[in-house]
Design a protein around this ligand. Structure first.
Ligand code: UDX
Length: 431
């Protein structure tokens, strides 16, 4: 099929590359000319494992191209996926202005197109957006939904860092559609994907995405709350979750206590679901608590450090891991930010280090020092905090910590085995 994808962020670009790699012809659209030129040279504007290699092959073979011209992309394809951002508005609700603009641009093109076209929303949107705001914008083309164009909603469940793998081997593909014809076209798009398909209506598809993320975030905040109880009782939360997670009704995934959840999805989607509940006149006690625990957790980690080493004033504290998790340069909602702010507030000299995210983090935080490598980061430090789960942090040994002034290591992601560390004061979340 001929597919156009609007928005070449994490979701759009990975989806475009994924669709092209199963044989579809893909045209990616972005308003940013620089990004479009990069993609056409085979260079992904974002860091994602395996993306550069695959993009290079697909651009060379002509299966994937990029353009700034939405109208051309819509006219030349059978289906358009809208993959633009839906950031949090000031009130925690969704800012749908990029979605609206994309739908209006598609509508302009639809007005000039004679053959049938499907428009599919992939961005995370609150229930009622696709058959509300998006449909209204598309109908401004003068074309009739059902006859001239189809409408679908197909949420993504991609984890950054392994987004390509998640795209190619999904647990399930959720296809919400307005009518049978749109659904059949989506089924054709995903024909090569061996995952179970969930065929449903537009609003249910929108809600499945929200609820999946809210439940995953709930598991993490639950683990973090339990971890604080464990810390007071001499029980290791990781042993507890190991036992709990063997129950197949619960499952061990996403029960790792840490510094809290970050990223472009969990905080934003939980807040948006809370806002949606309030709009409907409903309460959101559980989701409010999920967010509250998540706000508290980075401060709790700093408290833990202070309890163990005394005042943090004038102490050199190294934060290892600035991205919201390992394997990415993405710093959106990273827990490193509240941690760094809290350390600075308590008078520490902070040194930050991350294999990929230092540049992005330094745009937001220009008042700490950054280290060129791990050794430089640890050199002379009074303490270090491991904030995310990069592989190179998992491989740290006593030798690496030997350059510290005081070898206090707070493992915020429980990556290290303390029994293998000599001469190090090891503190672990939930331990
Ligand atoms: C998430 C969802 O997993 C994905 O399905 C959705 O489409 C987008 O949001 P992502 O944001 O890439 O993906 O990150 P993920 O790997 O899910 O981790 C989210 C956050 O939770 C990270 O900050 C991570 O460190 C934290 N986390 C995750 C924990 O603290 N404990 C866990 O057990 C798992």
């Amino acid at each position: 099929m001929r597919i156009s994808v609007i928005g070449t962020g994490y979701v759009g670009l990975v989806s475009g590359v994924g669709f092209a790699s199963v044989g579809h012809d893909v045209l990616c659209v972005d308003i940013d000319e620089e990004k479009v030129e990069m993609i056409n040279r085979g260079e992904p504007p974002i860091y994602e494992k395996g993306l550069e290699e695959l993009l290079g092959v697909l651009v060379t073979s002509g299966k994937l191209k990029a353009t700034t011209d939405t109208a051309r992309a819509v006219v030349k394809t059978d289906i358009t996926f809208i993959c633009v951002g839906t950031p949090s508005g000031e009130d925690g609700g969704q800012d749908l202005s990029y979605i609206e603009k994309a739908a209006e641009d598609v509508a302009e093109a639809l007005a000039k197109k004679d053959d049938y076209h499907v428009v599919c929303v992939k961005s995370t949107v609150k229930p009622g957006t696709t058959d509300g705001l998006v449909l209204r914008a598309l109908e401004s083309s003068g074309k009739k939904v059902g006859d001239d164009f189809g409408l679908a909603m197909n949420p993504e469940f991609l984890r950054e860092g392994i987004a390509l793998k998640d795209f190619m081997e999904p647990d399930r593909v959720v296809i919400g559609a307005l009518d049978k014809r749109s659904m059949e076209i989506l089924a054709e798009v995903y024909k090569e994907f061996p995952a179970p398909k969930v065929y449903t209506d537009l609003r249910t598809a929108e809600m499945i995405k929200y609820v999946s993320n809210a439940l995953l975030a709930t598991k993490i905040s639950f683990a973090n709350e339990v971890s604080r109880i464990c810390e007071e009782t001499g029980i290791d939360v990781y042993d507890v979750m190991g036992g709990v997670g063997l129950d197949h009704r619960i499952n061990r995934d996403f029960l790792n206590a840490g510094c809290g959840f970050g990223g472009s999805c969990f905080p934003k989607d939980v807040k948006a679901l809370v806002k949606y509940a309030h709009e409907l006149g409903m309460s959101s006690h559980l989701l409010d608590a999920v967010l509250e625990v998540n706000e508290e957790q980075p401060v709790h980690v700093i408290d833990m450090l202070e309890r163990n080493m005394g005042s943090l004033e004038d102490k050199k504290v190294t934060v290892l891991g600035l991205a919201f998790k390992g394997g990415t340069d993405d710093i959106r909602e990273t827990r490193a930010l509240p941690m760094v702010k809290e350390l600075v507030k308590r008078g520490s000299e902070v040194v930050g280090y991350d294999p990929e995210a230092m540049k992005n983090f330094s745009f937001v935080v220009d008042y700490i020092d950054y280290a060129g490598d791990l050794e430089e980061a640890l050199e002379g430090a009074d303490a270090c905090i491991i904030q995310n789960d990069w592989q190179e942090f998992k491989e740290l040994t006593s030798d690496d910590f030997a350059v510290m002034k005081n070898k206090i290591v707070l493992d915020g992601r429980r990556l290290l085995d303390p029994s293998k560390l000599d001469g190090v004061t090891y503190l672990g979340v939930g331990l």
